[in-house]
Design a protein around this ligand. Structure first.
Ligand code: MLT
Length: 351
């Protein structure tokens, strides 16, 4: 691991982020709305289930959710998340249907609530939702009573991405016996820098809400416009460092983020200056974090936040992230469709 030469710039007083937050009432307990709803036991179970499902004979796996109905409701475009959820559902034998904003009654102004109720009336047993508004999956969960899997809501969360990022980190940096179960110290000693457009990133948020609960130090790095100082208040174990080189020097893992142009809403960014200060290129990586694992949730904008040399280089685990996505999403779908709606979530929330 690279030497940690300098402490991060500052650590603000932050609320403890160690406990799972109680599940909202009336939400189906098989839902995955936020990483904060998972106990560490839940996370371990999802990781272990992902591994079991991944290694299971294909024909046996295809019986597990045979003929169960899964709807993918996508109000925003997606390549990785949508495809891997769909392939995950199909690998388990489920029937899938894709409803996207442009080819459905959504275009005619139908509300999310009515679309959800319609899908339920058509027999959907689980809905995977991507939506531009933060909190939309909660609304759908309350109005349908179905298990809802959050595939990214506005700038809020992307829980399956954080879980697949965790699986990638565990697979690359830890021995096999530590990959399917986590504790509050599982990532102790690890520093993970998340750099770029933190302000608009649901991926940054889900990771920052999950990884410190496993003992990791998370550094947010970026310019003020994309990283307000209040971001450190997201939780214990999250720091802000404006200088990319200083962050890299401390990092075992560097997660680069895309600038989300679709959410900038008038914010002006000098891209040349941004590239100068925050692009992960080969010389920066080899000078400051030669051994760091490089992650990116995609889509990557090569030449902006990351160069091709790094994206395709030996430190990069970007394609592995995509690969782990299918196993994690199989586990989430299995959990969603196997959990009984009446099952109490008042179980103990031990770490
Ligand atoms: C997301 O949906 O949040 C993506 O995975 C990240 C991005 O859009 O840049």
């Amino acid at each position: 691991m690279p030497a940690r030469t300098k402490p991060a710039a500052r650590q603000r007083a932050a609320p403890q982020n160690s406990q799972a937050i109680d599940f909202p009432t009336k939400v189906h307990p098989g839902s995955a709305l936020s990483v904060t709803h998972f106990t560490l036991e839940d996370v371990s179970e999802i990781l272990a289930q992902a591994s079991r499902l991944e290694t299971m004979p294909v024909l046996r796996r295809a019986q597990l959710l045979a003929k169960r109905r899964v709807a993918l409701l996508f109000y925003e475009s997606s390549t990785r998340t949508r495809t891997s959820f769909e392939l995950a559902a199909k690998s388990l034998g489920a029937d899938t249907v894709l409803v996207s904003a442009l080819s459905s009654s959504i275009e005619k102004g139908e509300s999310l609530k009515d679309t959800g109720i319609t899908l339920r009336a058509l027999g959907a047993e689980c809905i995977i939702l991507r939506h531009p508004n933060s909190g939309a999956p909660y609304l759908l969960a309350h109005t349908t009573g179905l298990p809802i899997l959050n595939a990214g809501d506005g700038t809020h969360e992307h829980p399956s991405q954080a879980l697949l990022d965790l699986r990638t980190i565990l697979s690359r940096l830890f021995p096999a016996k530590q990959r399917n179960s986590v504790t509050a110290r599982a990532l102790h000693g690890l520093t993970i820098t998340i750099a770029g457009d933190i302000l608009h990133s649901r991926v940054a948020r889900s990771n920052a809400l999950l990884l410190p609960r496993l003992g990791a130090r998370v550094i947010f790095c970026g310019p003020e416009a994309l990283l307000p100082s209040t971001a450190a208040e997201i939780g214990h174990g999250v720091l802000i460092e404006r200088n990319f080189e200083d962050a890299l020097k401390q990092s075992d893992v560097v997660m680069m983020l895309r600038i989300q142009k679709e959410r900038l809403a008038g914010l002006h960014l000098d891209l040349e200056d941004y590239i100068q200060r925050y692009q992960l290129d080969a010389s920066r990586l080899s000078a400051y974090a030669p051994k760091a694992l490089v992650l990116h949730p995609g889509p990557m904008i090569r030449g902006l936040e990351i160069t091709s040399e790094v994206a395709d280089g030996p430190n990069s685990a970007v394609a592995e992230q995509v690969h782990h996505g299918t196993a994690i999403r199989m586990a989430l779908l299995f959990r969603a469709l196997q959990t009984k709606p009446t099952q109490s979530k008042k179980k103990s929330r031990k770490r």
